[in-house]
Design a protein around this ligand. Structure first.
Ligand code: MSP
Length: 652
């Protein structure tokens, strides 16, 4: 019987562009969707963006645009990234969507009417990074351990949700449903947190402090706290999809949340108590994965180690990254990404493993038969491989259901390894020289291709496009949509006969380690120059008015360009040495490379420099100022002043 299942990812904050941490959860939902479709289930998958709150106001202000304009830009970037790498989400929700706003207000009314919201005065320590109040026990040396910043002391009157009232009901639910929060260590973490009394939750912000949010339906002087708003995306997007359907009854009871451990508390405590109060049935499953580190460090823009999915895709292929991420991470544990490890795994599993098995066998089939030969009676050696296939397929479903899919990927790898050994033992290249062994040759090569076909079926949720190409090449045309059971698709012996085989495309070319350093540099440079705080080009910024005194804070000076050359590793940067009439010229990195293909032409020109801009440490060195440029749609022109002006002259 087909089951229904609803996968969600967190809705991502729009204060940063997508990186491979966001990619992991999103691709995970995509992989699980594809697995469930293969298993014949009916799946809905929703992702989206979280757009309200102080954090967004702060970054938008820095850009001189409204929070909505800012959110439009970054939300579009998330959506675009997922579209370009073929993430098959069914709906994309934004917390600024009218359908979501209405849903949040309806729930607030319900919870208020039920008597679970009251008004009170509160003093607490607020961390803008987390967008929540932190308790004293959560602080380390007075700072938020995640953001390394001191929370702000806030004292104000606000609305509170009676979260504490639901503590026992929540404990009972967790105890009665041992798999509700997986893996177990996170379930234990939540239960241990619930041993202490549960405080009520402040769910409003006065508009005098923050206007960017959903207005409370019962008091228009306040907006809704961003987490109370954001968590409701999960049902709001179902109750009204972007196409206007109501899929709540169909999918809600099967809701499976996918998150990383950073937002366990909000999902395992705030969220279910909110649902209890609103009279909405609880979600079905909370799956919590660990954190991706880059080498030993946390991924962070300031450490310059974030990796952007699209840059990675252009250099190495996103499906190869998916393979690495899903095989490498034990569900629930942290894992480390390094380029070296990625390349090592790619070369050994995909280039030398599946890719080589396919190339070797297909090459010999092309030369000796021109098409997949007919089945021959099997010997013990093939029977052993067929038995192995059965074992792998039998464990496949349960591994995916319990999120141990890394084991299934390893099983496929082991199967390929054994088949490789079998081929080496059988020496088909010798058989090919002896006409009397033609049937043996057919048997061996067919078996080699069969394992490739089965591997591609089983890995199709992980590397959908690549596996589809391999399956098409091997003449496997049956759909992977559940109409044929996995066991039949992956049955040993099901490979078609007579499919023309010419020499195969190189599905997994080896990554040349000599060329690697250069590619990595490029991916890194591109990833780092991605502007998290981009201004959407099509939008004319609305800047706040400033006074003459504000303007006087900016010190503009004439600078004469002494040296100018492109930074090889960066797509946009030119390195300038600019004389400001000081002891020595200043080094300034300007993002104008594509507009100045011959940067040396700038040498000798007088430009205008923001002289009192705080120096910024970039990957390529310290940037000690900013050169003004006029910007149009696709143009950037450095602002220059005539030769009579001298280096160091003030500009006002
Ligand atoms: N907006 C909230 C979520 C609201 S859901 C109702 C939020 N946004 S976030 O942009 O910070 O995204 C956090 C999520 O991004 C993590 O839970 C995880 O899914 C993903 N990841 C971000 N960085 C990650 C790693 N370094 N490693 C693994 N996943 C990470 O929190």
């Amino acid at each position: 019987m087909a089951r229904t299942i609803y996968f969600t990812t967190p809705i991502y904050y729009v204060n940063a562009e997508p990186h491979i941490g966001h990619l992991y959860t999103t691709a995970l939902a995509d992989m699980l969707k594809r697995y469930h479709l293969l298993a014949g289930d009916d799946v809905w998958f929703q992702t989206g963006t979280d757009e309200h709150g102080e954090k967004i106001v702060q970054v938008a202000e820095k850009q001189g645009i409204t929070p909505k304009q800012f959110a439009d830009g970054i939300s579009g970037k998330f959506r675009d990234a997922w579209d370009r790498i073929d993430i098959q989400y069914d709906d994309f929700i934004r917390t600024t969507d009218a359908r979501h706003v209405k849903y949040v207000q309806d729930v607030l009314t319900k919870v208020h009417d039920a008597g679970d919201i009251y008004f009170d005065e509160y003093t607490g320590k607020y961390c803008v990074g987390c967008e929540r109040y932190l308790t004293d026990t959560e602080l380390v040396d007075g700072k938020c351990p995640d953001h390394q910043t001191e929370p702000r002391e806030v004292k104000e009157s606000n609305y509170f949700f009676r979260m504490g009232k639901y503590r026992q009901q929540l404990i009972d639910h967790i105890e009665a449903n041992p798999d509700w929060i997986r893996p177990e260590r996170f379930r234990n973490e939540v239960l241990s947190f619930l041993k202490s009394p549960l405080e009520d939750l402040c769910i409003s912000r006065p508009k005098t402090r923050l206007e960017w949010g959903i207005e409370l339906p019962f008091d228009n002087r306040y907006v809704t706290y961003v987490w109370f708003d954001a968590l409701l995306n999960y049902p709001s997007g179902l109750a009204e999809t972007s196409k206007g359907e109501n899929l709540f009854d169909k999918y809600w009871s099967s809701c499976n949340h996918l998150i990383a451990k950073d937002i366990l508390k909000t999902h395992a405590i705030y969220w279910p108590t909110m649902l209890m109060s609103a009279g909405i049935p609880l979600f079905n499953q909370l799956d919590v994965h660990g954190y991706w580190m880059v080498g030993e460090s946390k991924m962070s823009k300031s450490l310059g180690n974030v990796i952007r999915p699209l840059s990675f895709d252009a250099a190495f292929g996103i499906e190869n990254l998916r393979y690495f991420l899903f095989k490498e991470m034990r569900f629930g544990a942290d894992s480390s990404f390094t380029y070296d490890l990625f390349v090592e795994r790619y070369n050994s599993d995909l280039a030398n493993g599946l890719g080589n098995l396919l190339a070797r066998n297909a090459g010999l089939v092309a030369k000796n038969f021109g098409a997949i030969p007919a089945a021959q009676p099997l010997t013990d050696a093939e029977e052993a491989l067929a038995a192995k296939v059965k074992e792998v397929v039998a464990a496949y479903r349960s591994n995916f259901e319990t999120r141990q899919f890394a084991r299934s990927i390893e099983d496929v790898c082991a199967l390929i390894g054994e088949t490789d050994k079998y081929i080496t033992r059988m020496e088909p290249w010798k058989m090919a020289k002896d006409e009397s062994q033609k049937d043996d040759l057919a048997r061996v090569l067919r078996c080699g291709l069969e394992i490739c076909r089965i591997s591609a079926v089983l890995l199709s949720p992980v590397m959908p496009k690549k596996c589809a190409e391999i399956l098409a090449y091997l003449g496997e045309t049956r759909p992977l949509d559940g109409s044929v059971p996995i066991e039949e698709l992956a049955a040993f012996g099901a490979i078609a006969e007579g499919i023309a085989i010419d020499s195969p495309p190189r599905f997994f070319p080896r990554i040349d380690e000599a060329a690697l350093a250069k590619i990595i540099e490029q991916v890194e440079a591109e990833s780092q120059t991605a502007t998290d705080a981009v201004r959407p080009r099509e939008i004319e910024p609305i800047k706040k008015e400033i006074t003459i005194d504000d303007f006087a804070k900016v010190q503009l000076k004439v600078g004469r360009v002494k040296e100018a050359y492109p930074v090889k590793e960066a797509k946009k940067l030119i390195r300038l040495m600019v004389d400001l009439g000081e002891e020595k010229p200043r080094q300034i990195f300007a993002g104008i490379k594509s507009h100045y293909p011959e940067p040396e032409k700038l040498i000798g020109q007088n430009v205008i420099v923001v002289a009192n801009l705080a120096p910024r440490q970039m990957k390529f060195g310290l940037s000690e100022g900013m050169v003004l440029a006029a910007s149009g749609d696709e143009r950037l022109v450095a602002v220059t002043v005539p030769g009579q002006a001298k280096p160091g002259d003030g500009v006002s």
